[in-house]
Design a protein around this ligand. Structure first.
Ligand code: ADP
Length: 192
């Protein structure tokens, strides 16, 4: 099973991807998590990506395409994977298509979580409050300014992906405003 999750920051892609990971025994490939790990380890990629990420802007297509291509080749992806946060631009989607074709792989579905923009800022604020209450470290891009920028980047660069995948006939849309379990049930209906 090879899936892509689309949706704005805070739409719940990560939450749903984690649940499906357990159900299907396939890994969640979050480019955000991979980039944050590279930043934490201060790798070359991490050093290049940090300032861009902190400002809420997108890391270059070249960097993320390479990270994803390498990750898909790992043995734990043999049965499939869930892409969360990638592709995020139309050029990334085109690169992914070529990458998969080159590896002899096909996508099963592209699932878009639709969420009202007004709810997204609230969700980010809740995530920050929960992280602080749990004694965790708040993401350096989870602040109102960077979050606004992330939403703008989403609108300008990522939202056009819906049309791209509608065109390929792979797009499935789910109401991301429903509660977590309802969203999961809707996704499972699509995948059944
Ligand atoms: P969100 O919670 O907004 O969905 P992520 O954790 O997926 O955010 O990503 C955090 C940041 O990492 C993004 O704002 C961006 O700077 C960078 N990033 C993640 N995935 C990509 C990608 N596919 N292309 C470019 N930049 C990316």
């Amino acid at each position: 099973m090879r899936l892509i999750f689309l949706g704005p920051p805070g739409a719940g892609k990560g939450t749903q991807a984690k649940l499906l990971t357990e159900r299907y025994g396939i890994p969640q490939l979050s480019t955000g998590d991979m980039l944050r790990a590279a930043v934490a380890q201060a790798t070359e990629v991490g050093k290049r990506a940090k300032a861009v990420m902190d400002a809420g802007q997108l890391v270059s297509d070249e960097i993320v395409n390479e990270i994803v291509s390498d990750r898909i080749d790992q043995p734990d992806c043999a049965k499939g994977f869930i892409l969360d946060g990638y592709p995020r631009t139309v050029p990334q989607a085109i690169a992914l298509g070529k990458m998969l074709e080159g590896k002899g792989l096909k996508l099963d579905a592209v699932i878009e979580l639709k969420v009202d923009e007004a709810a997204l800022v609230k969700r980010m604020e809740n995530r920050v409050a929960e992280t602080i209450a749990a004694g965790g470290t708040v993401r350096s891009d989870d602040n109102p300014e960077a979050f606004k920028r992330r939403l703008t980047e989403y609108r300008e660069k990522t939202a056009p992906l819906s049309e791209h995948y509608a065109g390929t006939g792979q797009l499935r849309t789910v109401d991301g405003m429903a509660d977590v379990n309802t969203v999961t049930a809707e996704i499972e209906k699509i995948l059944a």
